[in-house]
Design a protein around this ligand. Structure first.
Ligand code: NI
Length: 185
């Protein structure tokens, strides 16, 4: 099934999410549905709070970028209990980001280009990796969701002022998307 995506203003997007265990009820179904929801909305990533669940679970599909980045051919993964354990912040990059929970807004975000992450895969095997490039950006965006942070929290104060009108419209439910959403009002 395809879940509605929770939009800016929904309280669950601001919560710090909990780690899960393999006995989380219906986990494989939740993962399958998150992939379907992400695909339906044409996203490259989706974090559990975006479907109203305050758990540390993220799906990512970078295959759509593989014409520009061949290394992401077939890259479709679930990250369970991910945590960023180190930011190598001597080098940063700035790039436009968007988010299914903040529709119709894209803004430049500056982030470290290299991070060290730990997570569990779909079989709950532990991984610890150093990640760079677009995946590092994508992970920082998605894993931020698990700590209640949205990309618009990381833009310049001036840009934040520029989008204030759009954000307050979202709080009133005045936003159009091609996918199903849940807004505060
Ligand atoms: Ni997002």
């Amino acid at each position: 099934m395809i879940y509605p995506i929770y939009v800016y203003g929904m309280p669950v997007l601001r919560k710090v999410c909990e780690d899960i265990t393999p006995d989380y009820p219906g986990l494989s179904k939740v993962i399958e549905n998150m992939y379907a929801t992400m695909d339906h909305a044409d996203g490259v990533g989706l974090a559990a709070p975006q479907i109203g669940k305050s758990i540390r679970l993220v799906v990512v599909d970078l295959d759509v970028l593989s014409s520009d980045f061949p290394e992401y051919k077939g890259f479709r993964k679930v990250f369970i209990n991910p945590h960023i354990i180190e930011f190598f912040d001597e080098e940063t990059s700035t790039q436009e980001e968007g988010c299914l929970s903040v529709p119709q807004i894209s803004e430049s975000v500056t982030r470290p280009t290299k991070i060290r992450v730990k997570y569990q895969d779909v079989d709950f095997n532990e991984h610890e990796e150093i990640v760079e490039g677009f995946l590092a950006r994508c992970m920082q965006h998605e894993f931020d969701h698990l700590d209640g942070i949205l990309f618009v929290d990381r833009i310049s104060p001036m840009r934040k002022t520029m989008i204030r009108g759009k954000l307050s419209a979202m709080l009133k439910g005045k936003v159009r998307t091609h996918y199903k959403i849940k807004t505060v009002k």
